[in-house]
Write a protein that binds this ligand. Structure first.
Ligand code: SF4
Length: 333
């Protein structure tokens, strides 16, 4: 248990957590919505510092990040807990777990050593929401940067501006879920709100951190074409037509509470792809659309045999340019 960094005292012994957009006001002896931050004797503690429950080398394409260090592995880690309650969650066994002091502590130095040993050029905070273990993530990221590794987050985008200001100097790339453009979806399915996510996305874009966006298409929940048009339009208009948009299918059998929802059809994924392209997005990755094509001339810049597994990645861009028309490549190495 470590004292948290992101909080301030409110009247009557209440502490306000300033880490995510829930801004929980936590009474003495209680925890915030994420259940991993507790008010103990007038101080806020993070209960999961160092409690890594999962770490492994994953292809960076699996995050998914397709424009950032393609073909490399990223050393991935996560601790228990989440500030969302997504009924569709596929990592719910750890994201919805309570803090557990029997999980062995893993020092940031050990995480970085493991990454180097596995020849990963980056470290990725993922599996659960990195915001809720931000102090630990920051300790890992600072060490990683000192040793020449890059840092990645996979996030729901619900972090506060305070949190983003703290991590931005150390963060190289992030994939943010934009789950829907309907606030009602965020409230009903995730226990959160839409507007803070949109605000975070605009701030990330301004910060210069490499950004990619993922939308899970859930039948009957987040597959409405009009909503997807608004979502793709938001990316193109507010963030930029060069921001990659990943459209991925829903698998009910591994979801937390949506086993009765049907899986996403290939037609629905293809329809979303068309919506993204019509909205003006240059890079939409969905189903079989997994190669990166030059936005200027359509020449292939990166070929991928399987989109999210990253089984085989072949590069054709050279010196940061398209081999055919010499337009700048969108790929960051
Ligand atoms: S991280 Fe978010 S959910 Fe957790 S205590 Fe802080 S404000 Fe609440």
């Amino acid at each position: 248990m470590r004292e948290a960094n992101f909080y301030h005292a409110a009247p009557d012994g209440v502490l306000q957590c300033d880490l995510c957009r829930h801004y929980c006001r936590i009474r003495p002896g209680s925890s915030g919505l994420c259940r991993v931050r507790r008010n103990v004797d007038g101080k806020l503690f993070t209960l999961t510092w160092g409690r890594t429950v999962s770490q492994a080398a994953d292809p960076v394409e699996k995050k998914p990040l397709l424009h950032f260090m393609p073909g490399t592995q990223t050393w991935s880690l996560g601790t228990p807990g989440c500030n969302f309650r997504c009924a569709n969650c596929q990592n719910w066994e750890i994201s919805q777990a309570l803090p557990d002091e029997t999980i062995p502590l893993i020092a940031p130095e050990a995480i970085v050593r493991n990454a180097i040993r596995a020849e990963c050029p980056s470290i990725c905070c993922t599996y659960t929401e990195p915001t809720i273990f931000a102090e630990y993530a920051l300790d890992v990221m600072k060490l990683a940067r000192q040793t020449g590794l890059r840092n990645i987050w996979v996030s729901n985008g619900y972090f506060s501006k305070n949190c983003l200001d703290a991590i931005a100097p150390w963060l190289d790339a992030v994939n943010v879920d934009l789950k829907s453009m309907d606030d009602a979806f965020y409230r009903r399915v995730c226990g959160a709100r839409l507007a803070p996510v949109l605000d975070s996305l605009r701030l990330i874009r301004k910060s210069g951190i490499h950004l990619e966006i993922t939308t899970l298409v859930i039948p009957g929940q987040s597959n409405d074409p009009a909503m997807l048009e608004r979502l793709a339009g938001f990316i193109a208009r507010d963030l930029g037509s060069d921001v990659p948009w990943h459209v991925i299918p829903f698998y009910p059998e591994i979801s937390w509470k949506m086993q009765d929802t049907p899986p996403t059809s290939a037609d629905a994924i293809e329809a979303a792809y068309e919506i993204g392209r019509r909205a003006g997005l240059s890079y939409v990755y969905a189903g079989s659309h997994s190669d990166t094509l030059c936005a200027e001339c359509g020449a292939r810049l990166v070929a991928r045999s399987r989109q999210f597994i990253g089984a085989k990645v072949e590069r054709f861009d050279a010196n940061g340019r398209c081999p055919a028309c010499l337009a700048p490549s969108p790929i960051r190495d």
